[in-house]
Design a protein around this ligand. Structure first.
Ligand SMILES: Cc1cc2nc3c(=O)[nH]c(=O)nc-3n(C[C@H](O)[C@H](O)[C@H](O)COP(=O)(O)OP(=O)(O)OC[C@H]3O[C@@H](n4cnc5c(N)ncnc54)[C@H](O)[C@@H]3O)c2cc1C
Length: 269
């Protein structure tokens, strides 16, 4: 039986132009943006998948055209060179089908990133577009381990909220600033540890927070990670070489890479 995997939505690749309905700061470095628009109709949201995500087409600064970007006769996106979007990956933090409202939480890491810059200034009526993507779907898990930094907080929060209430395991989330902690709703059997570190977290200090091998013996363990590429790589090696976990028991993604814009590095290498 296939027990897990990254699953594509049936609507994979569906393109939708949306507008900002509301935007506000949830914590000092996290801005929540609610998107809506007639093109959201039929959006496929897998609430019980782990970390459902989309590709956002972020407009250049100050572009406020509800018909952007235009679709040409052959179905391809047509943009003049000064209107080309930056394509960035974001979690669907929530989706309200009745209200047709899609929630995305953006880490504000500075103005050098087009998505962070856009989110910091987002206001009602602003345009953005998305392409539907996928989520992780593990089955028959005895014990979950979620590991992530600030960028993975939306995915971990979304996943914990929607796991079956008898789920067990732990989540470790690290932040640079304690003020960015958020209250999380998790099943009673799933503990949440926050690490507050100004500097990048090393694998060794992370492993001190976890008790993986001993308590995982004989259980179907599933590890979900969203982190900066260097730590994600170290965790991938640890899961394979030390824990001897097969690939289908892991979803370990490079969520971002220090010094590189999205599109210029691999997600899972
Ligand atoms: C499946 C998936 C889901 C994701 N979900 C979310 C989400 O819900 N919310 C969220 O905020 N992010 C999320 N991310 C991470 C997000 O895609 C990256 O942080 C992305 O690089 C941000 O784009 P940008 O345009 O702001 O910066 P880019 O143009 O990609 O990068 C510009 C510079 O900023 C640096 N940088 C990028 N991100 C960070 C950061 N977080 N902290 C410090 N420096 C950074 C880069 O190293 C680069 O030097 C997700 C990633 C994946 C793969």
């Amino acid at each position: 039986m296939k027990r897990s995997g990254i699953t594509h939505n049936p609507g994979f690749g569906t393109f939708r132009r949306l507008q900002v309905l509301r935007a506000w700061s949830v914590t000092p470095h996290m801005r929540r943006v609610i998107l809506t628009g007639p093109e959201l109709a039929g959006f496929s949201f897998y609430r019980h998948g782990l970390g459902p995500y989309v590709k956002l087409l972020v407009p250049p600064i100050n572009l406020k055209d509800a018909s952007w970007p235009r679709i040409g006769a052959n179905g391809a996106i047509e943009c003049p060179s000064d209107q080309r979007p930056s394509v960035r990956t974001y979690t669907v933090r929530d989706f309200d089908d009745a209200l047709q409202e899609l929630t995305v939480d953006f880490v504000l890491h500075g103005d050098e990133g087009p998505a962070s810059r856009w989110a910091a200034r987002a206001e009602p009526g602003d345009s953005i577009a998305l392409l539907e993507r996928g989520f992780s779907q593990p089955y028959g898990v005895d014990r979950y381990v979620f590991i992530g930094d600030h960028t993975a907080l939306p995915a971990i929060a979304q996943s914990l909220e929607n796991l079956p209430s008898d789920s067990r395991g732990q989540a470790v989330i690290w932040l640079k600033d304690a003020a960015d902690k958020q209250p999380l709703r998790a099943p009673g059997g799933l503990s949440v540890n926050w690490l507050i570190r100004k500097q990048p977290v090393e694998l060794s200090s992370l492993l001190r927070e976890l008790d993986l091998p001993a308590s995982a013996a004989g259980e179907y363990l599933f590890i979900w990670v969203g982190a900066e590429a260097r730590l994600a790589r170290a965790l991938r090696a640890y899961a394979k070489d030390e824990l001897r976990l097969p690939r289908e028991q892991c979803s370990i993604l490079n969520y971002w890479r220090h010094g590189f814009a999205e599109g210029s590095f691999e997600r899972s290498g």
